[in-house]
Design a protein around this ligand. Structure first.
Ligand code: ATP
Ligand code: MG
Length: 278
């Protein structure tokens, strides 16, 4: 008898509460919400069919644009066995790549690269799996070809998501791999308007802050980067900040992150009497 899909399955509204607690504690800003973008929603909604069709997805975007957060959000709402692999080092050996993959997929990394690759493949023939490989731009060509071999196997239910900064440039070096990528999700640093909209959705201090101040922080330091915003908000949390980010608070935080004194330009006249929309 077919079982009903879990309530949370591929529904990113459940992602925050189901996130890996270590990722949530260490990577998300304290009191910050996980912001679900339309791109994230589209990808999650496609995952059931991607698993049926053994689809390979490549997520590429600049440093700090939210790739790892996207992977963790997907993992949080996955209803199949989900392995997150973090490739470490910038030219790992085959053994290091397969060791990392097999540790995540089958729970150990004992054996040669070849033995591990076959053991992973055997496991995937019986266990529906979503394989999320982060920092995939570091995977050397030979290991990438072996990985491609893996996702070419006719598993019953399997999908792979590769993520990395500059990943498309790396994949383009090899037609054999590049032509086997089925879906591409490009992430970018956000425009000032988009960043303001998302940061307001992300954090209550931002919601209470005059948009002009948010724009200044973005223009002077963050430049549409999630990572840079998360650092500024963490800095404020560390000094026990609460409430709206005023001009002096912004100047102090920016001076501290930039390492030199920062003075904001003359604020607009309505700044003192501004109240956040209710
Ligand atoms: N959708 C989001 N909602 C809330 N916060 C986010 C979101 N995306 C990113 N962030 C914040 O920005 C930080 C940086 O994002 P993340 O680590 O996902 O970027 P990345 O693209 O993986 O960077 P790198 O290329 O360095 O690996 C996260 O630790 C988190 O605090
Ligand atoms: Mg990352």
């Amino acid at each position: 008898m077919a079982t009903e899909p879990a309530e949370y399955a591929w529904n990113l509204d459940f992602a925050y509460e189901r996130l890996d607690p270590t990722f949530r504690a260490k990577k998300l800003t304290a009191h910050g919400e996980l912001v679900i973008t339309p791109t994230m929603r589209r990808l999650a909604a496609s995952m059931p069919s991607f698993l049926d069709e053994n689809v390979a997805v490549a997520v590429s975007g600049p440093v700090g644009s939210g790739k790892s957060t996207l992977m963790h959000a997907l993992a949080a709402v996955s209803d199949v066995n989900t392995a997150i692999v973090d490739i470490v080092g910038n030219t790992p050996s085959d053994k290091a790549v397969w060791g990392a993959i097999s540790r995540s997929v089958i729970g150990h990394n004992q054996g040669t690269a070849e033995q591990l690759r076959l053991a992973v493949a055997e496991h995937l023939t019986v266990v529906p799996t979503l394989l999320l490989v982060d920092e995939a731009q570091f995977i050397p060509r030979a290991a990438m070809m072996q990985l491609r071999w893996l996702w070419d196997q006719p598993f019953e239910r399997f999908a792979i998501v590769l993520a990395g900064s500059g990943l498309y440039e790396v994949l383009e070096r090899d037609d054999d791999v590049d032509t086997r990528i089925d879906e591409r999700i490009p992430l970018r640093h956000l425009t000032p308007d988009k960043m303001r909209e998302l940061i307001v959705a992300h954090h209550r201090w931002a919601r209470a802050t005059h948009p002009w101040v948010l724009d200044q922080i973005d223009a002077i330091h963050c430049h549409g980067s999630w990572r840079a915003w998360s650092k500024v908000l963490r800095k404020l949390a560390r000094v026990n900040h609460e409430g709206p980010i005023t001009v002096p608070v912004a100047e102090r935080a920016l001076s501290s992150v930039k390492g030199h004194p920062v003075t904001l330009p003359t604020p607009p006249p309505d700044l003192a009497n501004w109240h956040p929309p209710t």
